[in-house]
Design a protein. Structure first.
Length: 355
């Protein structure tokens, strides 16, 4: 009996020692925010440079993609990986979210490789965000996993891990094209007075009087439907790029020998907009270029279809008369003579009450 008690005592001492050691180890890693002063996040209401780096998959390889945006005058521009006007709303959403982020707790004072993996703070998972005002860095955050205590973050590359609230990863985890200004054309429908369109069908010309008139190769379009020109205008009046074709050669884009060219002339000599369309890209989209802008755009399928339209697209649909007649056959179309069918088959009668 004494031997059993002795063994039990040894086991209890061993367990107690292990618990003590584990507690001491945890104390080295987990520190309450009540015992450690949290760094301040401030000055983010006024920054003029923002960079976001994340790892993406390109050509079968994992590579770091850095987006750098800078404020020039009252506008934001994309500096890297391509120089271009920035998407104002995307930048505003990111800057607004920076101001919402609050440090709430410290998770660990000494980051280990295992913790980096656990909290997704390594380059393969994390977002690296840097915000500056001039040469002064006002935020240098490595953002990791969202947990029950908040979003994990490293500040300024230091080994401590903190929890923050208010961070919205969606507004930062964008591909490059989402940071770019996608606008190609923008005008009011009512301001368009004339349109020229050239494609494989020939040269179209549309002029607006009381309503649209249309010609193809100098001759009036048969069965012309003026409302179709309104559709053409709507397809281009607020034209945004679906993507960009930066660096693609003319052999890929076909813009050295356009398959269609469309020009919108505004009334009162207020200007013209011309767009050239090249080869098909993917999913019905096409490469395009706007006069005066060397950027290679990829435009959506709807405007691409109108720019490459055949004459039938501007004509009254063949079934328009049938629809207007409430389902009656178009003029000249006779229903077949049913008299030779000889009535119902033997043994079949009309339902009771049928006239």
């Amino acid at each position: 009996m004494d031997k059993k008690l002795l063994i039990g005592g040894v086991i209890l001492l061993a367990l107690g020692g292990f618990a003590y050691m584990k507690t001491q180890e945890d104390k080295k890693v987990i520190v309450s925010s009540a015992k450690v002063d949290l760094p301040k996040i401030e000055g983010l209401e006024d920054v003029d440079t923002l960079s976001v780096t994340r790892q993406v998959r390109k050509d079968g390889k994992d590579v770091d993609e850095e987006v750098v945006l800078a404020k020039e005058g009252d506008k934001w521009v994309l500096k890297k990986p391509v120089a271009y006007a920035a998407n104002a709303q995307a930048v505003k959403s990111a800057l607004d979210n920076l101001k919402d982020v609050k440090l709430t707790d410290i998770i660990a004072q000494n980051l280990t490789d295992d913790m980096k993996k656990l909290y997704e703070l390594g380059p393969e998972k994390a977002l690296h965000i840097v915000a500056k005002k001039g040469a002064e860095t006002r935020a240098d955050w490595t953002i990791g996993k969202q947990g029950s205590r908040g979003q994990m973050v490293i500040l300024g590359g230091k080994p401590s891990v903190y929890a923050v609230t208010g961070f919205n990863g969606f507004v930062f985890s964008k591909d490059v094209k989402a940071w770019r200004d996608t606008e190609i054309l923008k005008f009011e429908d009512a301001n368009v007075s004339a349109i020229t369109l050239t494609n494989k069908s020939g040269d179209y010309s549309f002029t607006k009087g009381d309503k649209w008139g249309g010609t193809l190769k100098g001759k009036a379009i048969e069965k012309f439907d003026a409302s179709k020109v309104d559709d053409l205008v709507r397809a281009f009046n607020h034209l945004d790029a679906a993507d960009f074709g930066d660096g693609k050669p003319a052999s890929d884009t076909g813009l050295d020998a356009p398959e269609a060219t469309v020009t919108f002339a505004l009334k009162d000599n207020a200007g013209k907009f011309t767009v050239k369309l090249g080869k098909a890209a993917t999913g019905g989209t096409r490469y395009a270029m706007k006069d005066g802008n060397p950027t290679i755009f990829v435009i959506p399928s709807w405007p691409a279809e109108w720019a490459t339209a055949e004459p039938t697209k501007f004509q009254v649909p063949p079934d328009a008369g049938a629809k207007d007649a409430g389902g009656a056959p178009p003029p000249g179309l006779q229903m077949p003579d049913m008299g030779g069918m000889g009535g119902l088959p033997p043994g079949m009668t009309m339902p009771e009450g049928h006239p």
